[in-house]
Design a protein around this ligand. Structure first.
Ligand code: C6P
Length: 415
């Protein structure tokens, strides 16, 4: 797709979208902000900011506790947010939506409940070589505790999962598969439906780390067939501190609670506690009420734009950016999978990624540099770090032109 057409995906007006995000009009180092660090966190539209302000200005109260009117209003808004998430993921039942602090907490919840009850000595958990630390370390902790083994499905040099080798790793000892839907460091989109099909044919449940996918492509958990799906609100235009764990009802019902406290109980005596029904069994203590409501507003906002429109726009930008970066001598893209989402990770000859990030920042361009919490993946590619530009619905070809211009300037600095 050419520069001229990249911003005119039918039914999508990027200028209008940009106007919804107040922060995009600020300056950094006296220059217009070019925000290309969306895989780390996205910016927030006015609709989300206003929802949070309205909640704290007019509706704030604790939920599920008060008979007073404000508590009921807050409870209703929190319940509505859960239903919004349910619809967004096409989950069968709102009780399958557990609010957490983010993708990290969602994965830890599964490791500490499902994992602790199903994984024993000699058992195995299978993940892939492209996982974020959040989908590695919880399983390592579990495996260490239980005397189980963490096994790693390999990837090729383009950053694609080797499906045959993945399948060959699965056996009677495998108790769970954990896989990213989209790699944060490479942009690879994994074939989740196929992975689930393979794992289920051997009776193995699948947890999908959806931190990078829910904001960028339509996700239907029933169509994917996955057993658990985790994501963070702040990467999908919502607030920080709120996230979601989707789990199939039968699995969640059978799992023990994780944290104990208020709201997750039906009755407590010193002798015995009976736990609350789903989803509250997994939501101990006062939750991030405003965060959940803000997340609901973010999902409504994205639904208003149309996730298919966002996908098409970001894909056009990805193609545009890939061509432009590939044309820069001495620059190597890391992550060249056929199925890819809006991540442009790269290294440059004789320039450390940290220097790339610092010099781009001086030009108002925000990218992320480092190992992206995927150190084993960096080892796989034999590099310590990459520079990563990551896209969102409000980015433009002008942002990518600025990135390319910035890289040419930094090449001059290091010439
Ligand atoms: N990746 C990035 O810059 P939390 O921190 O819980 O919101 O999300 C964790 C997480 C889990 N899985 C994947 C695939 C992720 O990309 C992330 C967060 C950010 O790439 C911060 S390290």
């Amino acid at each position: 797709m050419s520069a001229a057409t990249a911003e005119v995906v039918a039914g999508f007006d990027v200028k209008k979208v940009r106007a919804d995000f107040p922060i995009l009009s600020r300056k950094v180092h006296g220059l217009p902000l070019v925000y290309l660090d969306n895989a780390a966190t996205t910016q927030k539209p006015r609709a989300v900011i206003d929802t949070l302000t309205r909640y704290y200005t007019e509706e704030n109260a604790n939920i599920h506790r008060g008979v007073h009117q404000l508590s009921q209003i807050a409870t209703d808004a929190h319940d509505a947010a859960r239903r919004t998430v349910q619809r967004f993921l096409n989950a069968a039942d709102p009780a399958e939506i557990i609010f957490t602090r983010g993708a990290t907490e969602s994965i830890n919840l599964v490791a500490q409940t499902y994992g602790r009850t199903h994984v024993g000595a000699g058992d195995e958990v299978v993940i892939t070589a492209m996982e974020h630390h959040s989908n590695i370390v919880p399983w390592q902790i579990l495996c260490e505790e239980k005397g189980a083994r963490l096994r790693i499905a390999p990837i090729n040099d383009a950053g694609e999962l080797l499906l045959d080798e993945f399948e060959a790793l699965l056996n009677a000892k495998t108790k769970l598969v954990g896989v990213a839907h989209i790699s944060n460091a490479l942009g690879t989109v994994n074939p989740i439906a196929r992975i689930v099909e393979i794992a289920h044919s051997k009776g193995i449940p699948v947890l999908v780390d959806g931190a990078q996918s829910v904001p960028h492509l339509p996700v239907d958990v029933q169509a994917l067939g996955c057993d658990f799906y985790a994501f963070s609100g702040h990467k999908i235009y919502g607030p920080t501190g709120i996230g979601v764990l989707y789990g199939k009802r039968a699995l969640l019902e059978a799992m023990p609670p994780w944290q104990g406290g208020g709201d997750m109980i039906r009755s407590v005596t010193f002798e015995k506690t009976l736990y609350n029904q789903l989803p509250y069994k997994f939501e101990a203590g006062t939750p991030d009420i405003a965060g959940a409501i803000g997340l609901g507003a973010a999902l409504d906002y994205l639904s208003g734009i149309g996730i298919e429109n966002a996908l098409a726009h970001e894909h056009a930008l990805l193609e545009y950016g890939t061509k432009a970066l590939e044309a820069i001598p001495g620059l190597r893209l890391i992550g060249t999978a056929k199925e890819k989402a809006g991540v442009l990770s790269f290294v440059m000859e004789n320039i450390h990624p940290h220097d790339i990030g610092t010099i781009l920042d001086q030009q108002g361009i925000a990218i992320r540099t480092g190992h992206h919490c995927a150190q084993p993946l960096m080892h796989r590619f034999g590099i310590p770090a990459t520079a990563r530009a990551s896209l969102a619905v409000y980015n433009t070809t002008a942002d990518l032109d600025a990135l390319v211009g910035g890289i040419h300037k930094l090449k001059e600095v290091f010439a």
